[in-house]
Design a protein around this ligand. Structure first.
Ligand code: ATP
Length: 236
């Protein structure tokens, strides 16, 4: 089943067009990766799906409903949650308070405590540091916290913008393993990455974005084997 569909979406910053007539779908249960160079439009795409930016043209459908004009906070309640690029955690709040911010709008307290357990099982480090202030944690830990907070809204679709950015190699492997685990527990994932190798290896399907347009698409395996993509994105 199609969970998310972008149809002919264009996005402008003033007179600058960042996204050109983009169309793609994300199926329920998939990991879909968007790869591309700096400035290709990956973050713009994510922010348009989460509702922080408005398309100038085209439509976005989620679970069969047109959400093109829906406010960002309503999209969270509907099941779309984003862990933003640059982590975006609250530095002056503890780990636990940060995670609690992710439950905004939820009234099912038992569900919330189950989800907190799930986050602590995925990220034992967050449990160990639950009383520590977000801003005092390492980059890798803040990244885990951002993903954990996004999971606290129990999303159907998790948007991950550059989860491996700035992480040490051992954290990068760990983050991608955890993303696969989150997905195998039933959460659909749309992943934006500059680490194309890992992003393609973990994806069911993937798209390559160049200056705001999709130039290649296929299964993760197909794109990993594509000579043009190897040359441009996978270090030859
Ligand atoms: P990065 O990995 O560097 O974040 P990206 O693929 O996510 O790159 P975007 O940040 O989406 O790319 O940027 C797409 C295009 O839109 C770029 O040409 C960028 O310069 C432009 N752009 C992004 N944000 C703004 C803004 N606030 N105002 C004007 N132009 C912008």
């Amino acid at each position: 089943m199609t969970l998310l569909e972008l149809k002919d979406v264009s996005v402008h910053y003033g007179r600058i067009q960042a996204i050109h007539n983009m169309s793609f779908t994300v199926g329920e249960g998939e990991i879909v990766s968007l790869i591309g160079a700096n400035g290709a439009g990956k973050t713009t795409t994510m922010r348009t799906i989460s509702g922080l930016l408005n398309p100038s043209h085209g439509s976005i459908t989620f679970m069969g409903e047109d959400i093109t004009k829906m406010k960002a906070h309503i999209r969270v309640v509907q099941g779309i949650s984003q862990a933003p690029e640059g982590r975006g955690i609250f530095p002056a709040m503890t780990v636990l308070e940060n995670l609690d911010m992710g439950t905004f709008g939820r009234k099912d307290r038992t569900g919330v405590s189950d989800d907190l357990e799930r986050v602590f099982t995925l990220f034992p480090r967050l449990k160990e540091r639950e009383k520590q202030y977000g801003g005092t944690m390492s980059g890798g830990e803040q990244q885990m916290l951002a993903i954990g907070r996004a999971l606290m809204s129990r999303p159907k679709l998790l948007l991950l913008d550059e989860p491996s950015m700035g992480l040490a190699p051992q954290f990068i492997r760990q983050i991608f393993k955890i993303i696969t685990e989150i997905n195998s527990q039933g959460t659909t994932v749309l992943l934006v990455e500059q680490n194309a190798n890992q992003a393609l290896a973990r994806a069911h399907r993937a798209f390559v974005l160049e200056t705001g347009e999709i130039t290649h698409s296929g299964t993760g395996k197909e794109l990993l084997a594509n000579p043009a993509i190897k040359e441009a994105y996978l270090g030859g």
